[in-house]
Design a binder for this molecule. Structure first.
Ligand code: NAP
Length: 302
């Protein structure tokens, strides 16, 4: 029997984000937060309670969320509205109730949610969406990989670059963009903000999602630097937690497949490829270490 390899998860060692300022500099430990008892709170209240001291108030501020109907974006919209922000949310089809009904039903939506039609693949499509915004959360991601992912990201960032009012852009990237480069990940290896996945290494191993996220984030950093934009990237692993939207996104579909014992469905194909690449066996999922992020923790970066 082959010995199982334990991969230390990168985000255990460093927070799953990086900023212009932090990139390449030595890591500073964040201040300790006082733990709160959460046993008697609902999920949404837990997040609000836990993060109230560090989250900014959004009263009078306008932010844009791209791909707002998506899993992570829907939670972002919910939390932003709950903090008082005016949210300009982009969807591809504002007339599709499956994409918008759950957003329109959120607290504060009738007063402060504005829905816009925008497509990543149309140049300038986001110009009017980001107009007048203080910040932009870019989460939209096309199903078609690589070229559309890079072009889509650049389209959104180019729209942001034309807008003077934007103070910061937050790009939802992925652990995929940082963790796959063939370097050893043994306990003594320090992973930091300088780590990127190696596109050639990932092409060889046919990790196309990893290639697309790596190229998209790389292109985003180059453009942000060129335009002098303040950008932060978030690099989550598999994101789990309740869905607000009525449809399954990739990570939820993967969890459902595991629960139904159909390990080879949907997103699990990709998972299987990188596990096999790590010399692990998908059939031994119970003993394999995977990195997961709670959608609450992720969305609370506002
Ligand atoms: N979920 C995870 O486990 C996970 C982990 C790491 C990183 N991420 C990253 O986090 C981001 C959000 O992930 P998610 O799971 O929340 O995704 P999701 O639920 O699939 O949402 C993606 C959104 O992108 C939008 N979109 C797709 N193609 C588009 C296009 N051509 N133009 C405009 N919008 C388009 C879709 O909008 P419409 O509904 O309007 O079509 C959809 O709402 C992605 O960048 C993903 O790579 C996710």
């Amino acid at each position: 029997m082959r010995a199982q390899t334990k991969i230390p998860p990168p985000s255990r060692q460093r927070p799953p984000f990086r900023t212009n300022g932090e990139r390449g500099e030595s890591y500073k430990k964040p201040p300790k937060r006082t733990p709160v008892s959460t046993s008697d709170l609902t999920f949404t209240n837990r997040i609000r309670d836990k993060h109230t001291p560090i989250m900014s108030t959004g009263a009078g501020k306008t932010v844009c969320v791209t791909g707002a109907s998506g899993y992570i974006a829907s939670w972002l919209v919910k939390l932003l509205l709950s903090r008082g922000y005016i949210v300009r949310a982009s969807v591809r089809d504002p007339n599709d109730p499956r994409k918008t009904e759950h957003l329109r039903a959120l607290d504060g939506a009738s007063e402060r949610l504005q829905l816009f039609k925008a497509n990543l693949l149309e140049e300038g499509s986001f110009d009017s969406v980001v107009q007048g915004c203080d910040g932009v959360f870019h989460t939209a991601s096309p199903k078609e990989l690589i070229d559309p992912a890079v072009k889509g990201t650049l389209n959104v960032l180019n729209s942001c670059a034309k807008t003077q009012s934007i103070k910061r852009v937050v790009l939802t990237s992925s652990i995929a963009a940082v963790a796959y480069n063939g370097k050893p990940r043994t306990p003594e290896v320090v992973l930091d903000e300088t780590w990127f996945s190696n596109p050639d290494f990932c092409r060889e191993t046919k990790l196309w999602y990893v290639v697309s996220k790596t190229l998209a984030e790389d292109a985003a950093w180059k453009l942000a630097k060129e335009k002098g934009m303040d950008m932060v990237t978030i690099n989550p692993a598999m994101v789990i937690g309740p869905l607000l939207q009525p449809t399954l996104n990739t990570s939820a579909a993967a969890v459902l497949s595991i629960m139904k014992g159909r390990a080879k469905d949907n997103g699990i194909h990709a998972l299987e490829r990188f596990l096999s690449h790590q010399e692990m066996n998908i059939n031994k999922m119970t003993s394999v270490y995977l990195e997961w992020n709670s959608v609450f923790d992720l969305a609370s970066h506002i």
